[in-house]
Design a protein around this ligand. Structure first.
Ligand SMILES: N[C@@H](CCC(=O)N[C@@H](CS)C(=O)NCC(=O)O)C(=O)O
Length: 236
């Protein structure tokens, strides 16, 4: 299915998360938005709320992001990034060879677990409060409280400790970024978008900054990332 946006025919549609105030804070959605910009690909956007099962039923699952490119439907940000390189090899690559893809896959897992977990669980209460009115808030709370063995209020109260953990875990990245401007070296590529996407979450959700001043190089890198693609990172 193709969409017409501003008179331009777009073959690609990105299904991304939206909250009740129109904010798009999904870390995975941001990875794909940066990836599309890196490849110079325009996409129409379909906004979905948490567990928008009906709208996403065509994808056979209920999580965003989902990318539809004509007849191809790809869910999961990692698979989408791989798909974009495979389908559009003549455009700037997100991961230029097998080694780069392997490194990016490690960064994807590291970011989701070591960085993402303490960050996201400390933000659940903010997410709950910002849920779109049609999202299932009861189910949202139940699933996360079961998974974490604590109420969202308890997880929120632990935020300072979670941020301390996150800053400790970022130390090797900070060290790397003292020696080079981007995670992948002189220029940014998909591993940069992975980590950056996760850090976009608090920025767009509630403006809380988890980074301590000790993360000097990560903070400098984050500024550089915000400037990419005409300031895409600041667009809601
Ligand atoms: N591994 C997936 C994770 C996708 C994901 O967890 N998406 C969240 C939004 S950030 C979602 O759709 N949550 C809805 C739900 O849990 O029902 C990816 O990389 O895309």
């Amino acid at each position: 299915m193709s969409c017409i946006t501003h008179g331009v025919l777009l073959a690609i549609t990105l299904y991304d998360l939206v909250d009740k105030d129109g904010r798009r804070y999904s870390p995975y959605g941001w990875r794909v938005r940066m990836a599309l910009a890196h490849k110079g690909l325009d996409a129409a956007v379909e906004l979905c709320w948490h567990s928008d099962k009906e709208k996403l039923s065509f994808s056979g699952q209920h999580l965003v992001p989902v990318l539809r490119d004509d007849d191809h439907v790809v869910s999961d940000s990692w698979k989408i990034a791989c798909y974009l390189d495979d389908a559009y090899p003549d455009r700037p690559l997100l991961m230029k060879d097998e080694q780069s893809r392997s490194f990016a896959k490690f960064i994807n897992g590291w970011t989701d677990t070591i960085i993402g977990r303490p960050l996201v669980r400390s933000l659940y209460l903010d997410i709950l409060r910002s849920l779109h009115p049609d999202a299932d808030a009861v189910e949202f709370r139940k699933r996360r409280e079961e998974r974490n063995g604590a109420t969202l209020e308890t997880l929120f109260a632990n935020r300072t400790k979670d941020f301390e953990e996150l800053n400790r875990e970022l130390a090797p990245l900070n060290q790397l970024l003292r020696d080079q401007p981007f995670v992948t070296g002189a220029t940014p590529a998909y591993p940069d978008y992975i980590v950056f996407g996760t850090l976009q979450m608090p920025r767009h959700l509630n403006r809380v900054d988890p980074l301590a001043a000790s993360q000097d190089a990560v903070i400098r890198w984050r500024e550089a990332m915000r400037g990419l693609f005409d300031g895409l990172a600041d667009r809601a």
